[in-house]
Design a protein around this ligand. Structure first.
Ligand SMILES: *[C@@H]1O[C@H](CO)[C@@H](O)[C@H](O)[C@H]1NC(C)=O
Ligand SMILES: *[C@@H]1O[C@H](CO)[C@@H](O)[C@H](O)[C@H]1NC(C)=O
Length: 373
């Protein structure tokens, strides 16, 4: 059968258009343009992101090598604390990824960082599905298991875990650093207070029962200087280190007791030149991160009264007190960020560093089984 002659011009146009398109494509392919590569048509693009101009981003290159940096998309700002992404470079010298909060880059993001506490219980505010097959989701959580809402349906969504736990894929802590050359410059800061505690969180639901009952017992035998909202006055961020260093001892009491959950509450006094009195996981776990003679553990004493007596004795014995600083000869603590909006910077920057270096396939199955074990 012949085609009706009236349709012939149209057919001709289609064929010419098709050949023309193919030719343009071949020409582009020769110059390695991503425009004709199959992935140019974004196959996973959900309706709401249709307006993205892909050509704008595909050509994004960086560094002197011209190699493209992976994109790390911050899906939520944790606690809505905002800061400048440049801080990763200026504070930690981390520049390994393109960090962004622009959700319209979702389809190109190599990794998406998702803050656990911001996820709705029905998962309705997670990034759209299906996700691009090359994309990794990172679970960001900084609280202990006691303070982890169990949101159903999250167990098998993530590729990487990011927390303080040493066995997280990305473990972010406050490491002490060792130096071969002895530090000769350390002097114990001037002290005008015996025992201090900075405390704001008084919510019983956060598991603080253990530390509150210990404190209530301890204060019967020794004076504890309280700072922070428990004392009725919020402490200014910039007063944190100066106040800390003016205390001989500091109560580094974690809100709940869990493996590796040793937070800035330990790093603060170590960096300030104060002796921490710790309550948290067993001494052995602390000694994974800090020299055994850098802190006093509440478990070293049968009860709070014995601890109080020991601190009072050290207050009178300068030589014995000084021995808590011996470790500083070759080990150093680094002050952490203390401004209210800086709480998550280190976590987010280290995620950036990680995805800048790691390309391997990874799935994190059953995160709750791991987390709550
Ligand atoms: C998309 O971005 C490119 C590069 O910035 C620009 O040249 C082009 O005009 C943009 N296209 C549209 C439709 O906005
Ligand atoms: C990420 O994890 C999900 C869920 O386990 C998995 O389906 C996906 O293939 C993983 N993707 C990458 C790029 O590792």
């Amino acid at each position: 059968m012949m085609l009706p002659t009236a349709k012939l011009p149209q057919l001709g146009l289609v064929v010419i258009g098709w050949i023309g398109g193919l030719f343009t494509c071949l020409l582009f392919l020769q110059y390695n343009s991503p425009k004709c590569a199959p992935e140019y048509v974004p196959p996973f693009q959900p309706e709401i992101y249709k307006s993205v101009n892909f050509s704008k981003h595909i050509s994004t290159t960086s560094g002197e090598t011209g190699e493209e940096k992976p994109i790390l998309l911050l899906w939520f700002w944790p606690e809505n604390y905002r800061w400048n992404f440049q801080d990763c470079k200026t504070i930690y010298n981390i520049d390994g990824c393109h960090l962004t909060d622009r959700r319209n880059l979702y389809n190109q993001a190599d990794a998406v960082l998702i803050f656990h506490k911001a996820i709705n219980h029905d998962l309705s505010n997670l990034p759209p599905s299906p996700r691009p097959p090359f994309q990794k989701w990172i679970w960001l959580h900084v609280e202990s298991p006691t303070n982890t809402p169990r949101i159903p349906g999250l167990e098998n969504l993530f590729n990487l875990t990011l927390s303080y736990r040493r066995d997280a894929d990305i473990s972010v802590r406050y490491p002490l650093t060792v130096s071969k050359k002895p530090n000769e410059d350390f002097v114990i800061p001037k002290k005008d207070k015996l025992l201090c505690w900075f405390v704001s969180n008084l919510a019983p639901s956060t598991g603080i029962g253990t530390r509150m009952s210990y404190y209530n017992e301890l204060k019967k035998y020794i004076t504890v200087r309280i700072f922070g909202s428990m004392s009725g006055a919020r402490m200014k961020d910039e007063e944190y280190f100066p106040t800390m260093s003016s205390c001989k001892f500091y109560l580094s009491f974690e809100n709940s007791v869990h493996k590796d959950y040793i937070t800035e509450k330990l790093n603060g006094p170590l960096a300030a030149g104060t002796v921490p009195v710790v309550l948290g996981p067993p001494r052995q776990n602390y000694e994974d991160f800090a020299p055994g003679n850098s802190f006093i553990h509440v478990d070293d004493f049968p009860n709070a009264e014995a601890l109080a007596n020991y601190l009072l004795k050290l207050d009178k014995d300068d030589e014995a007190y000084k021995r808590y600083f011996d470790w500083r000869k070759h080990v150093r603590a680094t002050p952490h960020l203390t401004l209210w909006n800086q709480e998550f910077i280190s976590y987010i920057c280290h995620a950036c560093e990680y995805i800048g270096k790691h390309r391997e396939y990874k799935a994190a199955h059953d995160i709750y089984k791991w987390w709550f074990s």
